[in-house]
Design a protein around this ligand. Structure first.
Ligand code: ADP
Ligand code: MG
Length: 550
């Protein structure tokens, strides 16, 4: 059946499209890099599938991307000879939102009222083309397939799918053609120099040739298409890296850390990794995977190989192996010993690079910590081997009001202080008024104020830094007596009451609700506080666990 069939967009897509169509967002340029990024993904997928089925490429052209402006028709076409889409794929991929990042974006939008400012922070994929086009026609042939289908939409409630005309089918021998019917205010994208400017800025590192097909003259390649990570560090400038980051990670910000090296030895591989400076909105989505791409001898294999531990899932970039087989199946990826080794070595390297950054470029380190510290802290209970290193990297807001490392904390220990103290809670403000701080305050002892959800978990293990145990002020066995009091309590000390009889009275009235009642040196102005036993769970962890049990 070749008749035109109408489909409705998923509700979230309609919402997104409404925004795109009415967008007043000024940086519409990003549509081109989104479409080029999709074209490049499609070429990558074809090259990967062709390892097992060489026929898919046959003697046809090597995968490439073509940009074709047409001033007479006011159309801009982005064509690729990649994997293509069959009918069902057109409906599924261009009718719903699959990526968690875009989903998070749509959620933010409904909260934000005017969401246009958010577009640039996300990368909203294919649908961003509706910022510049009032009608989009996609013509696609799945590699190896006989059928060619068209998908057409004006960005309203839905789209149409129909069989391609004979002429279209002939033109699209493989891959996808995206024809943008440009809005009046987007005609500038028909100019060769505009196209070239955008490609150079965002897509220069795309691995496949990007050909500009001008209305007059010969097609010419407008990207350098080099696998930048294969080049030597000495020939590359910070600008080269910043550009590579944008095109490899599909990012908009500047990288806060760049790590580029080549490992030689038992295994050889090139590494080019970046830490973003800003936080993506789906950072805490459980479905979010690491986005380090695995290449084998410059052929993209997958971005699903878990090349980084979960607590480094914000790292972006490429690892390109010289030794792995090209026909690596997804199952083989799971426990390939070589990949396990690579992952281990690269993880160690990333952490030592973060250490160095903290020393030499605190400003960028702080950006990383502010954006991803809560994620890195997951490593404190997931990665025992590197726990000490991660603890040394961590920065904590403390009662001094500053973000401090444990090294700084230990340098400021008070006379006779042998432990590192912390309190876990919801907000710094609430923690500051916690009565459990009083004894520490009276002695000038610094306390870490921990407010990330993850803090309740890693602190439940018994940790040490530099031989000093970390202790929660909400647990029982803390003795502040040896540390001299430096600040007078606000009220004059009361004459010692008959402690034993007071305790007996309190115990009698609280009965089984408490395991013990003790006189404490922790309080100076409050009369009493509740603490967990020294071997029980932290009170904060108890609270979180009981919330989750509900
Ligand atoms: P993302 O690229 O993050 O998946 P997009 O909105 O950019 O999200 O694209 C949605 C999906 O549409 C892609 O995942 C892909 O399956 C499909 N797609 C888009 N463009 C192409 C193309 N040129 N060739 C093949 N598939 C494509
Ligand atoms: Mg995309």
């Amino acid at each position: 059946d070749t008749a035109t069939v109408s489909h409705s967009f998923q509700a979230e897509v309609s919402e997104l499209l409404h925004l795109m169509v009415h967008s007043v967002y000024s940086e519409t340029d990003i549509f081109l890099r989104e479409l080029i990024s999709n074209a490049s993904d499609a070429c990558d997928k074809l090259r990967y599938e062709a390892i097992a089925k060489p026929d898919l490429i046959g003697d046809g052209e090597a995968p490439q991307i073509r940009i074709i402006p047409n001033k007479a028709a006011d159309t801009l076409t982005i064509a690729d000879s990649g994997i293509g889409m069959d009918r069902q794929e057109l409906i599924d991929h261009l009718g719903t939102i699959a990526r968690s990042g875009t989903k998070a974006f749509v959620q933010k939008l409904t909260e934000a009222k005017d969401g246009t400012g958010l577009i640039g922070q996300f990368g909203v994929g294919f649908y961003s083309a509706f910022m510049v086009a009032d009608r989009i026609v996609v013509i696609s042939r799945r590699a190896g397939g006989d059928e060619v289908w068209t998908w057409t939409s004006s960005g309203g409630a839905g789209f149409e799918v129909a069989a391609a005309s004979e002429e279209e089918a002939k033109r699209v021998a493989r891959g996808t053609e995206i024809v943008l019917h440009l809005k009046d205010d987007a005609k500038k994208y028909l100019e060769a120099f505009e196209i070239e400017r955008i490609v150079t800025a965002y897509s220069d590192n795309i691995q496949f040739p990007i050909m500009l097909v001008p209305e007059e003259g010969e097609p010419r390649q407008i990207n350098s298409a080099s696998a930048l990570w294969q080049r030597s560090k000495s020939e590359l400038t910070p600008e080269d890296y910043a550009k590579a980051y944008k095109s490899i990670a599909n990012a908009f910000d500047e990288p806060a850390m760049t790590l580029h090296y080549r490992a030689e030895g038992r295994y050889s591989y090139a590494v080019l990794l970046f830490a973003p400076a800003t936080k993506p909105f789906d950072l805490f989505e459980p479905a979010r995977k690491g986005k380090v791409k695995l290449y084998v001898r410059r052929v993209f294999i997958t971005d699903d190989a878990d090349l980084m531990p979960a607590y480094l899932r914000f790292i972006r970039g490429v690892i390109d192996s010289e030794d792995l087989p090209l026909n690596l199946s997804r199952e083989m990826l799971q426990n390939n010993p070589q990949l396990v080794q690579i992952r281990k070595a690269v993880t160690t390297r990333v952490i030592s690079e973060l250490e160095q950054l903290a020393d030499k470029d605190a400003e960028n380190f702080d950006k990383i910590w502010d954006s991803f510290g809560a994620v890195i802290k997951e490593g404190l209970y997931e990665d025992f081997e590197r726990r000490d290193k991660l603890l040394a990297l961590a920065r904590f807001t403390t009662t001094t009001g500053e973000k401090r490392s444990l090294k700084q904390y230990v340098e400021g220990l008070k006379e006779n202080q042998t432990e590192i103290y912390f309190l876990v809670g919801d907000s710094i403000e609430r923690l500051k008024s916690n009565p459990r701080l009083e004894a520490a305050k009276a002695r000038g002892v610094e306390v870490l104020l921990l407010t990330d959800a993850v803090d309740a978990f890693w602190t439940s293990a018994r940790l040490e830094y530099d031989g000093k145990p970390l202790k929660s002020l909400s647990q029982g066995d803390i003795n502040f007596d040896p540390i001299p009091v430096t600040e007078k309590a606000e009220d004059e000390a009361q004459p010692a009451a008959d402690e034993a009889s007071t305790i007996a009275l309190i115990k009698a009235s609280l009965g089984e609700h408490v395991t013990d009642v003790k006189v404490s040196t922790r309080l100076t102005t409050s009369a009493s506080c509740l603490v967990a036993g020294s071997h029980g769970p932290d009170r904060e962890l108890e609270r979180i666990l009981s919330q989750q049990a509900r």
